[in-house]
Design a protein around this ligand. Structure first.
Ligand code: NBX
Length: 828
């Protein structure tokens, strides 16, 4: 409050302005914003102007509640969650914020009065793609649920100037374009440069005498400013608005000045640019950390800013730091924010002069770690040389944490050097490195996997020694998805049908979908359900025609595989199935009339440096090119690969799908969340016993799920026995024919070299056992075809999928985090 304003002054007591929740109120505010923010008259406004003015209007409605919640979060002393995530894959905001504030119809009517269509306005928004895939989208679902459940919380992350790249195809090959998402303006954010934090790097450490106590301190070499940008995160029609705070890097004055004083203007500008690269771009690697210095800078930049923001702004003057575990839990979304642990220790020990043991006891209660992977190469490690150069004091702290931890291990198990080497936070080979997952496990109050099977394998295979040493530390929280975005918004027709049958309580209590079960036996309901699916297919068809010029065939089964391109997810298995069907027809082995008409839709981005993934994208496009244009198939098989799969496209594809492909090698997909979205929208799954597929199948029942492939123990056994993919190739003529067709150059204009690396990888390496699961997959696809022939029975199964997957709401996941990990009060 301004100093000159007494707290009892009428203006100090005035509530924050909110426009009237009526059509006229919306029109007035919209026109005001169009005129005064955009500086245009309605008659001369562009669609972008109109979008920005609508967004500002929705913002205006949410503002009073947001400011109230910000105040409340500062003032209440109850325990809250700081969700630390390097990624938030938010998707478009307008629709979600209209729904949350119950303004959709008012906005539609108000805009219609101004001669504007809300649907056209929506299309103007560029989605913030500040994440790679599942992990980033999970964070976005979680902040939605936290707001809807009214959990005191804040999300912290990075405001990348460029999000995940835009994918285009040139001659079937992926080409990446920068995602300049901010250029149209970012109406949902508020910059607060006055709350910037200074973040330091480099330099050296020293000890000094503090009245007889020897202390350490860090003398950094350079620093940058972290400027917070706040985003509103409205709960679903509950009057709550939480905050997502994303940090942006700007050069500090001190930084510039030092160089400027030396008279080197060019160098000063260069330095400024250098500082600002920290939040410039999202690393597009998914599940394959690159160990790049800039990436570690990003990680430390955002967690240091977040911790200081919390300590400076959220704690009252003179707060007793020993009480911190009753006030906050920092949830680490994978290892990307784990450098927060030594930073927190540094603040407590070096800056607040707390005893090491007391500080460590507090730290161990204030952090919890979620692991999202099982792939050994995805477990982040940082070379000691790099970490020590960038964050010398943090490296010392990590060494001490490790030393004390290994002392405790020795005390329990004796001098078992092998065990000590295996459990050490510091790896010695191939280069001396910090194992971030180990650091997180040692520091965290809890460690959780993201599906039952994943959590079990995490304990048994990835971190067994830690599970034994820390009984009770490991737990599971199965992932979930927000029903607001992924059912209520993305599938309005199905939402209406569900609400007509059971009321609208499901939007915030998804288990209530169970009440739909009896409707599976109701022929009228089944008819209505099938009509919704058909309507969603028509919508998708229009979207793909307008977006990509595709002509989607009518009356086809829609078979969808959308997710990041990764060998373990096995897009290649799907390709082999397509090639095999094609080969069957052209070789005369299969009568074309026996091919059940299918349209296969792929969506996938490959990490730009992942050569094999890019080749697989090329192969999918090449196979599509041939298959789609071969008259012998009589249009019964279509392969579509719309480029630039993102949240916006997912919202169109998922509601239209009949079949959901979740075909990773068992034991490799931590959870999956796409699998949940499809089931919830009435697609049937063909999947392995992997990740959350296991739980989906248990819930929907074997009759409503197409299971195939080896189980995780079978995979393990084959691995141990020695897997030789060529044996499967030799033994299965159908598989051989499919691979031979690719090898022959049939999809590369006769050039056998183009896909040779894919073929030889399959035959001689096949790390993810595509060939071993091929026969089982094809057989199960035969059962899919047979089941699809009985449309009514298929619809019945689809309804049961919807009715039985309410468990996969991210509201339930957040409830589990509260019960098992956070122990925060349910609501303010
Ligand atoms: O996290 C994904 C898993 O693969 C999914 O099974 C799971 O459902 C999802 C949410 O728990 N992991 C993931 O998306 N990883 C990354 O995005 C990632 C990004 C950057 C990076 C490493 C991994 N350096």
């Amino acid at each position: 409050m301004p100093d000159s304003l007494s707290p009892t002054h009428p203006l100090a007591l005035a509530p924050v302005f909110a426009p009237a929740s009526t059509k006229d109120g919306f029109v007035e505010q919209f026109l005001h914003n169009l005129n005064f923010d955009q500086g245009v008259a309605l008659s001369s406004s562009s669609a972008t102007d109109q979008y920005l003015a609508v967004a500002h209007t929705v913002r205006d409605y949410l503002m009073a509640r947001w400011l109230e919640d910000l105040r409340r979060q500062r003032e209440t002393q109850s325990k809250g969650v700081c969700y630390l995530s390097a990624e938030y894959l938010l998707g478009r905001q307008l629709d979600n914020n209209l729904l949350a504030s119950d303004l959709t119809e008012i906005a539609r009517e108000a805009l219609a009065e101004c001669g504007i269509s809300l649907d056209d306005i929506r299309a103007e928004e560029v989605e913030p793609g500040l994440g790679n895939g599942g992990l980033g989208r999970l964070a976005a679902c979680f902040i939605d649920s936290l707001a809807t459940l009214g959990v005191p919380s804040i999300g912290y992350g990075i405001r990348y100037e460029y999000g995940i790249f835009r994918q285009t195809f040139v001659d079937g090959q992926q080409v990446e374009q920068p995602d300049a998402w901010l250029t149209v303006g970012s109406p949902w954010e508020f910059a607060h440069p006055e709350n910037a934090q200074t973040i330091s790097f480099g330099g050296h450490t020293e000890t000094y005498d503090d009245e007889g106590v020897t202390r350490s301190r860090w003398v950094p070499g350079w620093n940058v400013q972290a400027v917070p940008y706040n985003y509103m995160v409205p709960g679903y029609q509950n009057g709550r608005v939480n905050t997502l705070r994303l940090w942006s890097a700007v050069a500090t004055d001190a930084f510039d000045l030092r160089i400027f004083n030396s008279g080197d203007y060019e160098e000063a500008v260069r330095a400024q640019t250098f500082a600002e690269t920290i939040s410039k771009v999202l690393y597009p690697e998914d599940s394959t950390p690159q160990g790049k210095e800039l990436r570690l800078q990003q990680q430390y930049f955002f967690v240091a800013a977040s911790i200081h923001d919390f300590l400076d702004n959220m704690l009252s003057e003179g707060y007793d730091l020993s009480n911190l575990p009753n006030r906050v839990i920092f949830q680490l979304n994978d290892t990307h924010p784990v450098i927060a642990v030594p930073e927190f220790m540094r603040v407590l020990v070096d800056e607040k002069h707390m005893e090491w043991d007391a500080a460590w006891a507090i730290t161990q209660q204030c952090f919890a770690y979620t692991c999202h992977t099982l792939l050994p190469e995805a477990l982040e490690v940082w070379p000691v040389e790099l970490l020590g150069r960038l964050l010398p004091r943090h490296l010392e702290i990590i060494y001490r944490i490790n030393e004390e931890f290994l002392t405790a291990v020795r005390a329990q198990y004796g001098d078992d050097e092998m065990l000590i080497r295996n459990m050490s936070i510091i790896a010695e080979h191939p280069v001396r490195s910090v194992r971030m997952a180990y650091l997180a496990t040692v520091a965290g109050a809890k460690v959780n996997g993201v599906a039952e099977l994943h959590s079990q394998l995490l304990r048994e295979k990835v971190l067994p020694d830690f599970d034994a040493f820390f009984p009770g530390k490991f737990t599971n929280v199965t992932n979930g998805v927000t029903p607001r975005r992924f059912l209520r918004l993305s599938n309005p027709e199905l939402s209406r049908l569900i609400t007509a049958a059971i009321g609208d309580g499901w939007v915030t209590d998804l288990e209530r979908l169970r009440e739909l079960e009896p409707f599976a036996e109701d022929a009228d309901f089944r008819r209505a359900f099938a009509e919704v699916k058909a309507a969603n297919k028509r919508v998708l068809s229009t979207v793909l025609r307008e977006r990509d010029g595709f002509a989607v065939s009518d009356g086809h089964m829609l078979d969808v595989m959308v997710k990041r391109l990764h060998e373990y997810k096995r897009q290649l298995l799907k390709v082999l199935h397509i090639v095999s069907t094609y080969e069957g027809v052209v070789s005369g082995r299969v009568a074309v009339s026996d091919v059940v008409p299918r349209t296969v839709i792929f969506g996938a981005k490959a990490a730009p440096g992942y050569a094999m993934a890019k080749r697989i994208i090329h192969l999918i496009n090449a196979v599509g090119e041939v298959v789609n244009n071969d008259a012998r198939l009589e249009g019964r098989l279509q392969v579509l690969f719309p480029p630039n799969y993102n949240v916006t496209l997912a919202e169109r594809v998922i509601p239209a799908a009949d079949l959901s492909e979740q075909i990773s090698l068992a034991g490799k997909e931590a959870s999956g969340t796409g699998n949940m979205k499809f089931a919830l929208n009435g697609a049937l799954t063909i999947g392995t016993d992997d990740g959350a597929n296991v739980e989906i199948r248990q819930l929907v029942g074997d009759d409503n799920f197409f299971l195939f492939g080896m189980s995780e123990p079978e995979v393990d056994a084959l691995e141990t026995a020695g897997y030789r993919p060529s044996e499967f190739y030799q033994a299965d003529p159908q598989l051989r024919a499919a691979i031979d067709l690719i090898a022959s150059g049939a999809f590369s204009h006769g050039d056998r070299s183009v896909f040779e690396p894919v073929v030889s990888n399959l035959l001689y390496e096949d790390r993810f056992m595509v060939l071993a699961d091929f026969a089982s997959y094809v057989a199960e696809q035969g059962r899919v075809d047979a089941a699809y022939a009985d449309q009514d029975a298929w619809t019945r199964s689809a309804i049961l999928n919807v009715a039985r997957t309410g468990f996969f709401s991210s509201d339930r996941s957040i409830g589990d985090y509260i019960d098992r990990i956070w122990h925060t009060p349910p609501a303010l």
